[in-house]
Design a binder for this molecule. Structure first.
Ligand SMILES: Cc1ncc(COP(=O)(O)O)c(C=O)c1O
Length: 432
């Protein structure tokens, strides 16, 4: 079928499967891919997307798939939102790159916009980069630089990225560290999620390991992502803030996965009314263009000078154009939609859990960040595959969780279709 660029094949409803999955062209592509790409890339399952629109992905064989992954919580405004595409196209016709070592207007505009929506009352400043891991690296550097303290605390189950600093903070799976030591020194991992766990700071860390006044920062994903879509108990985030205030420790909120409107608030930490000192953002903030940032209190960011931190590509004009439009869309209704559709998905998925209590142990989350916890890793993997076979894209997280993170443009009809397919897939998994 001849199509306009970016336009999907017309079909009555999504999913719409025209081949088995993976289809013949997908299988041929997997063979090609296998010869040239780094085997370190953690491929989830053999979907080969070539176009996207809203919550639909068209694969290389012309199958239309319902996307509850959003490219791993990235395409917040849906695939190829027309206003985001137009903003990128307009900017591409004007200036594609010059580097933040000079004064690009849209760069400062982007920083001002992120400072405006920052979850802190104090005026903020912003550093723009390209990926989640870079934002985390920058946040670590700023925390050490401003506090003049060496130590950092992250959490068991955390995922912060794959460059040396961020992978040293990561503690979701041992494989991320295997073969890469020595890692960044001076990092401790605390238990995550229960108010009771906070005792670890006084009873273990500050008592036996290091003095509190040598800890630069505590970095936390307010909702753990890769670790299994874990929502902390109420009081946990507030408790962390109290520990930080008591000892002059900075609180860094890694909002790379949970931020950008996904939980119905711009930043997931706002679900607990807690103010961080530094925020790291990426993924959903630019609808799929590579943009990340760390946002910090003015009193911190003004402490370092020229050359302390920089980047050639960070704050690329096309990525900024996409992000400015994305924020407009998030504030213009998509955050509210995340709350509404998230509530529908939660009800529907809990009903599926009630039908299959032997294999589904928990359904949890906020907004469009929902984790379905299985009894075993095998069942979680089988659920992911069974959904894929029916044209619904979901993704494992942690050891036993399937994450549901669709674009924030999800409609009520798409939510209902997704729940129905998920239920059918679970019948398949339970029967095996
Ligand atoms: C919470 C969190 N922080 C950081 C990262 C790293 O982001 P990137 O893969 O863009 O480097 C991720 C990626 O999944 C993430 O989920």
């Amino acid at each position: 079928m001849v199509q306009a660029p970016g336009k999907l094949a017309q079909a009555p409803a999504v999913p719409h499967l025209v081949t088995e999955l993976p289809g013949p062209k997908a299988r041929a592509h997997l063979e090609f891919d296998k010869q040239w790409t780094s085997p370190s890339v953690p491929r989830a399952y053999p979907v080969v997307p070539v176009r996207g629109e809203g919550c639909t992905i068209e694969d290389i064989d012309g199958n239309l798939l319902l996307d509850f992954n959003a490219g791993i919580a990235v395409t917040s405004t849906g695939h190829c939102h027309p206003d985001v595409v137009a903003a990128i196209q307009e900017q591409a016709g004007k200036l594609i790159h010059y580097s933040a070592d000079f004064y690009i207007p849209i760069y400062a505009e982007m920083c001002a916009e992120l400072a405006r929506i920052a979850p802190m009352k104090e005026k903020c400043r912003v550093f723009l980069s390209n990926s989640g891991t870079e934002a985390v690296e920058g946040a670590i550097k700023l925390a050490r630089f401003t506090t003049k303290r060496p130590y950092l605390v992250a959490f068991l189950g955390a995922f912060h990225g794959r460059t040396y600093g961020s992978v040293s903070l990561t503690a979701s799976k041992a494989k991320y560290h295997a073969g890469f030591s020595p890692l960044l020194p001076g990092i401790f991992h605390a238990p995550f999620g229960h108010v009771e766990d906070l005792k670890w700071f006084d009873e273990v860390l500050f008592k036996h390991l290091v003095p509190a006044n040598e800890v630069a920062a505590i970095i936390v994903e307010p909702i753990q992502g890769e670790g299994g879509y874990l929502v902390p108990e109420d009081g946990f985030m507030q408790g962390l803030r109290r520990i930080c205030d008591e000892h002059g420790i900075l609180l860094i909120s890694d909002e790379v996965q949970a931020g950008a409107g996904r939980t119905g608030k711009m930043w997931s930490i706002q679900n607990w009314d807690v103010e961080p000192d530094i925020v790291a953002t990426a993924k959903g903030i630019a609808s799929g263009m590579p943009l990340s940032a760390f946002i910090a209190r003015d009193s911190l960011m003004t402490q370092w000078g020229p050359g302390a931190h920089g980047t050639t590509y960070g704050g690329n004009p096309l990525a900024c154009a996409a992000a400015l439009e994305t924020i407009k869309q998030l504030e213009g209704g998509l955050m509210a939609n995340a709350t509404a559709r998230g509530a529908e998905l939660m009800v529907g998925l809990k009903a599926v859990q009630a039908r299959f209590p032997a294999i589904i142990k928990d359904v949890r989350g906020i907004g469009l960040m929902i984790g379905v916890e299985f009894d075993t890793h095998e069942h979680a993997a089988a659920a992911e595959w069974a959904c894929f076979q029916r044209g619904l894209l979901v993704l494992e997280a942690g050891m036993t969780v399937v994450r549901i993170a669709p674009p924030l443009v999800l409609t009520a009809e798409e939510a209902a279709v997704g729940i129905r397919i998920f239920g059918e897939a679970m019948a398949d998994v339970a029967a095996k």
